[in-house]
Design a protein around this ligand. Structure first.
Ligand code: P61
Length: 464
């Protein structure tokens, strides 16, 4: 068997539409070749994100019916609190409507202007929330984590030498906390080893700096530890998770990933002093601490999802499904980030389309093609998302990599859907030389990829 088959059967179905190619081409044209502006019900397979797109189980849906919508003291909060305490060991559990609010609360309480917050790689919302405090968000992932072809079992690891130098040069006064993102989304969904988290813990401990996990994909990370790290094969993922969280002082969580819900998150930690500050802010911006911006039913769905995500049959299937897609593409010569991460396959668009210069957005070329020809939505993580003008020189600056992320929602698509995706990407690869670059027609001053409008170069101008 290539990987375990789906450990669930389908009780409810949601029809998806395969609209005609001419209609897809028209929608793309109308959207200025920006896939964010194409209506979702005209997409056949949507791999834009694995965030908030999970299918809930029958038990989770049943849980919604026992939602207690009391303003204060909802029973669903106590269930969530117990679940999170059991998994993490942290005393204080503050629900939030999603991950970025947990980040906002944490950094508002702990980070001041001029300070530095290290991480393996900050996700964009994490970076934005650190910077909103006037602080610097510093990425310290190991060298291999920046190299798409380097083979390393834990490419999400922090460079502990660099961290140690940062801490010894600056101390706690300048570094109010350190973070580790598990798995490292910005680096390709790559896991972090237990040994690395322990080494970071020790470094932080020497300088009295608290350590927090960005735990969105903690269960997938723990599955990789079980598979790859010596000494963990016989431990349960739940035990591994407990050990992982035990090395940190707290975590932020977007439950839209490994909470298996469509909305929800939390901030959890041990420090009593932090609780007061966080709750005071929460009351002003999010809600009472026993609901944190969510309905009671959402808290119940999250509590149940956090239990289900630790099921090892589920995790074996989940990580296996993503890996199988990556390996199928690899076997056909499609260049991608290796090894395959936990939640997504990242196609390397610069190597896929070497004739399209970065100034002509090779990742977006591939995204447009996958939708127009096959009804698949992927997302560009490259020149369109991160390219910008240098304010000093006025020159265009491009990121090192132009990637196309195929993020796989949890429990949503079958292996047949994945086969269709693989065949579509491979077919596109076979005719890659016919694909042309794109030109930017409109860009907003910030986060331009969400609203940008582009057009194709005319054949005669291609490659110029
Ligand atoms: C995603 F383009 N991720 O991967 P929230 N930490 C980490 C995340 O992956 C993450 C959050 C914190 C998304 C959704 C997304 O500009 C974007 O619950 C490691 O979304 O607030 C989210 O969690 C934030 C995609 C978010 C984006 C913002 O697709």
């Amino acid at each position: 068997m290539r990987f375990p088959a789906e450990p669930f059967r389908i009780k409810v179905v949601e029809p998806i539409r395969f609209v005609a190619r001419e209609e897809r081409a028209r929608l793309l044209e109308k959207a200025g070749l920006n896939i964010f502006l194409v209506p979702a019900d005209s997409i056949y397979i949507d791999l834009l994100t694995d965030s908030g797109t999970s299918a809930m189980s029958d038990q989770q849906w049943a849980g919604l019916m026992v939602g207690d919508e009391s303003y204060a003291g909802s029973r669903n909060f106590y269930r969530l609190e117990k679940t999170v305490r059991d998994i993490t060991g942290y005393r204080h559990v503050i629900p939030t409507h999603q991950g970025r609010m947990a980040e906002n609360l944490l950094f508002s309480a702990m980070v001041r202007r001029g300070q530095i917050v290290p991480n393996n790689c900050h996700f964009d919302t994490t970076r934005a929330n650190v910077e909103a405090q006037g602080a610097e968000a510093l990425d310290l992932v190991i060298e291999e984590g920046l190299d798409p072809v380097a083979d390393h079992p834990f490419k999400g690891n922090v460079d502990v030498g660099k961290l140690d130098r940062l801490l010894s040069a600056n101390g706690r006064a300048k570094v109010p906390l350190a973070m580790i993102t598990v798995t490292n989304n910005s680096g390709g969904g790559q896991p972090v080893s237990m040994a690395n988290v322990r080494a970071v813990r020790e470094a932080c401990g020497r300088y009295g700096v608290p350590l927090f996990l960005d735990a969105c994909r903690f269960a997938e990370n723990c599955w990789f530890i079980k598979e790859r790290e010596p000494g963990y094969a016989e431990k349960s993922v739940r035990e591994i998770a407990r050990e992982l969280f035990g090395l940190a002082d707290g975590c932020t969580m977007s439950a839209k990933k490994d909470g298996l819900v469509n909305i929800g998150g939390f901030l959890a930690f041990n420090a009593d002093a932090l609780e007061e500050q966080v709750v005071n802010l929460l009351l002003r911006v999010e809600g009472f601490p026993t609901y944190g911006g969510l309905a009671g039913r959402d808290l119940e769905g999250m509590a149940r999802g956090l239990g289900e995500v630790l099921d090892e049959d589920y995790l074996g299937f989940r990580v296996g499904q993503v890996r199988h897609l990556g390996e199928t593409l690899d076997a056909a010569g499609v260049p991608s980030v290796k090894p395959v991460g936990g939640h997504a396959v990242y196609v390397d668009a610069r190597r896929f389309l070497p004739h399209v210069p970065q100034a002509q957005f090779p990742g977006q070329v591939l995204v447009v093609e996958l939708y127009r020809e096959f009804g698949i939505r992927a997302v560009e993580v490259g020149s369109l998302m991160f390219g910008h003008k240098d304010p000093q020189t006025g020159q265009d600056v491009y990121p090192k990599l132009d990637l196309v992320r195929l993020a796989i929602p949890r429990r949503v698509y079958t292996s047949e859907h994945m086969r269709y995706v693989a065949e579509s990407v491979i077919a596109t690869h076979l005719r890659r030389e016919s694909l042309r670059g794109l030109k930017l027609e409109y860009e907003a001053p910030v986060l331009r990829h969400f609203t940008a409008r582009l057009r194709e170069f005319e054949p005669a101008a291609a490659g110029t």
